[in-house]
Ligand binder design. Structure first.
Ligand code: KG4
Ligand code: ZN
Length: 372
């Protein structure tokens, strides 16, 4: 499998991305065209707008990835694409682009599970914390905008679920929390930035420990933040000018404009308390599972893995519960949130397993990690 050069394509949500990776480990190029500007006004990703932006962005992004890698398209050994989970219309754009390239070049098509790709970002060579490949068994915390899962990985592409969120994903909690605090979209980086100036001890927010399980829950925390902040808001009738179009988010948030707070409102303290309340159960349960299942490496994956407090706390907690022999790995920041290098990295192991797909391959918007 080594020295295989793979083009990865990722269009599952709101980033159009293409990357060239050699050996499943060395990134030759990674191009990401973000749609933040398009979705920001809506307070969340609008599926149809996302799909249509992928249509216009995909060819320039792929061309840029080939140029940056300094290779010709004939040098590619395989074309890999995210098959799911994700937004159906968005996934279709990537799948069709990948099929067209694979067909025209006479190369194999590799369908990659987006969740598996997030995990395999830890095999990319410049993952900062672990110089060599992670050792099995691996305890993996996958935390993204749509998923929060605790997984035992016993070998390549062998995943066992230990726990998951019962409601909101961790990234979704960050996004909704940021919206309640008027911090904008995407919420994770905004909360982290605001929290860096706040004191997490200023407010008491609940943690759902769900004792005796490796499951998580964040909806109670979100409701607690709503209750806490409601009295601090400037009433809508007092807000002189409209603050933006209504949100496209579902549930009780749908009709809410971004809330307005007085200039002296303790937003930084609230953000810090909220960030800590999301992270604590993640860290404690991950380290506990690593100890229980004798993991040799702990890996973090998904967009929320970019969070500095999560990384620092996990390092400390794994050291406390497992001792110094269990390293904690996480991808570089660029490969935590959605990107195509992780797709090409995962593809190397799919190719090695001989798990190629034919032209009948479809997208799978609700694909799970253990589904084939
Ligand atoms: O993996 P990803 O790019 O997309 C999905 O597959 O969902 O994850 C996006 C999520 C968003 O919810 C975003 O708010 C969160 O990752 N995120 C963060 C940070 N950076 C991105 N959450 C906390 N702290 C961050 N620094
Ligand atoms: Zn993702």
């Amino acid at each position: 499998m080594y020295a295989v050069i793979v083009l990865g394509i990722e269009t599952s949500c709101d980033e159009t991305a293409a990357a060239v990776v050699s050996d499943g480990r060395r990134v030759l190029s990674s191009v990401i065209s973000s749609q933040f500007d398009l979705h920001r006004a809506h307070g969340g990703v609008v599926p149809e707008l996302a799909a249509r932006r992928h249509v216009t962005a995909i060819v320039p992004v792929v061309e840029q990835a080939l140029r940056d890698a300094g290779i010709d398209r004939d040098d590619l050994d395989a074309i890999a694409v995210t098959q799911g989970p994700g937004l159906a219309g968005a996934l279709v754009v990537g799948m069709n682009a990948a099929k067209a390239m694979a067909y025209a070049l006479g190369r194999p098509l590799v369908a990659v599970n987006h969740l598996e790709a997030h995990i395999y970002a830890n095999w990319l060579c410049d993952s900062p914390n672990v110089p060599s490949e992670p050792l099995f068994p691996i305890l993996c915390l996958l935390v993204s905008g749509g998923h929060t899962e605790l997984i035992l990985m016993t070998g390549h592409r062998r995943f066992q679920h230990l726990g998951r969120t019962l409601d909101d994903a961790a990234g979704e909690a960050f996004d909704k929390g940021a919206r309640l605090l008027g911090l904008g979209f995407p919420g994770g980086p905004a909360i982290q930035e605001a929290a860096s100036k706040g004191d997490p001890r200023s407010f008491e927010l609940p943690r759902a420990w769900l004792a005796g399980t490796y499951d998580f829950s964040f909806s109670g925390l979100k409701t607690a933040l709503l209750r806490l902040t409601e009295p601090m808001r400037v009433p809508e009738s007092d807000v002189a000018s409209a603050t933006g179009p209504p949100s496209s988010m579902s549930g009780p948030f749908r009709e809410h404009r971004p809330p307005t707070y007085a200039p002296d409102a303790p937003i930084a303290d609230l953000a810090a308390a909220f960030q800590q309340a999301v992270i604590e159960p993640l860290v404690v349960k991950t380290a506990r599972a690593a100890a229980e299942f004798d993991a040799r490496t702990v890996v973090l994956a998904g967009g929320v893995a970019a969070n500095s407090l999560l990384r620092d706390r996990l390092l400390r907690e794994v050291l406390a519960q497992c001792g110094p022999g269990v390293p904690v790995a996480f991808p570089s920041h660029a490969y935590c949130t959605d990107n195509a290098a992780m797709v090409a990295a995962a593809a190397a192991w799919v190719i090695r397993a001989g798990d190629l797909v034919g032209w009948e391959a479809d997208v799978h918007p609700r694909l799970s990690l253990t589904q084939r």
